[in-house]
Design a protein around this ligand. Sequence first.
Ligand code: XMP
Length: 504
Amino acid sequence: MAVVVLDFGSQYTRLIARRFRELRAYSVILPGTAPWAEIERAEPEAIVLSGGPSSVFAEGAPRPDPAVLSGRVPVLGICYGMQYLAHFFGGVVERRGRAEYGKAVLTRYEGPLFAGLSGEVQVWMSHADAVTRLPEGWRVVAETEENPVGAIQDEAGRFFGVQFHPEVSHTPKGLEILENFLEIAGVRRDWTPGRVLDAMIAEVRERVGKDRVLLAVSGGVDSSTLALLLARAGVDHLAVFVDHGLLRLGEREEVERALSPLGVNLRVVDASERFLSALSGVADPEEKRRIIGHTFIEVFKAVAEEAGPFRFLAQGTLYPDVIESAGGFGAAKIKSHHNVGGLPEELGFELLEPFRYLFKDEVRELALLLGLPDTIRLRHPFPGPGLAIRVLGPVDREKLEILRRADDLFVSLLKERGLYGEVWQALSVLLPVRSVGVAGDERRYGYTLVLRAVTSVDGMTADWARLPHDFLDEVARTIPRKVPEIGRVVYDLTSKPPGTIEWE
Ligand code: XMP
């Protein structure tokens, strides 16, 4: 049973599905043109037609299977979806003189879609076409100053359309509108974290049985939560944590402390020597990544062979990865995890991906239920190649150690001052550039450390974080005092684009 979101190419499609899950209704995304048979397999209780860049009257515009519009299941069309409904049932959609983009306020709203709402309802508009004539028997149930057709519904109350985007945060009461649609459609609201966890445990037990599962733990939320899930399910597993010598201060111990007491069968492999000698003298970022990826596979393979045989390889693949790697949709291709890509085929593993229908925030909810400590659950993202791509130029133990100590001071101060949760990712970069300074009466010739902190939603774009000057001042004074190899501290003001978050 699910709310099926049919995707017509909107940048917000995933957000629509996430919002329904926030409302505790299970939702899945399918291609806009999916045949009814495929939609039916998802047992739709309600269907949403997403927005999209096309014009409904254009040749080749994506169309849902006509069975979607048979009235069997209630349908909500958003933006393009609403225009398609109007067009399909005999109304008229036309290109506007100019696109409407940005905030608008509903000057009037009524009907079940807006039940319980009062006061000003601000909405987010983003469209170039508009419905100019309604199908017979339909009525307008909301309008804005600029747009006389802000929302529509049919006579029987089976079809609804909104020109605005209820899923985005710029429509503050959008969640209530989506909730009203769930009410109208009579959708079950039992997608709670507890139920998700029970279902996942049952699935893992049934699939794995008495066989053995191998997984790689990186210290991030997804793989740590997965390890805890396997432990909770009580299946025979081995969680391998490869210490490549490129970790942050205390990271390995933190992972051990978090997982071992909760029943995870964890094996920590210290392969730092091997990684560091393979990286010796290498300055090119992509070459560093290639060496690290390659060495990781070798190390992991050796453990798998020595401790094997294993039937399953568990991976923390998430729903967005599944959608993406399938090039949109259809059968989910295997996502190549940044570290274990290629392994399943090579070693003949079967893949176990219990999170393949979950969004990141849902994994965090599971992590909470499974007892993952906040130090890991709320941790900033950390790249697979670790500090190797934060020591610019060739990597060696000495530079890694300097960076590790300095970065730990930066991150610890962020936490102490309550700023860690305010930024999406914070990191330090050690430049191979030295500059002259003075400490006491002595001349110093120290390294340059870059502090970088960004705000972001998904890492695809990012803005530099406006950390308080007093805080930056405290960090800039503390680091050279405690890590004398560093003579200068700078703060990176580059957004992404044009910069990337990491420096390499
Ligand atoms: P960039 O630097 O591309 O980073 O703006 C976006 C996000 O991805 C992380 N990142 C990586 N993660 N392997 C990873 O597992 C990598 O090679 C890698 N490079 C960047 C980065 O930390 C940020 O969160």
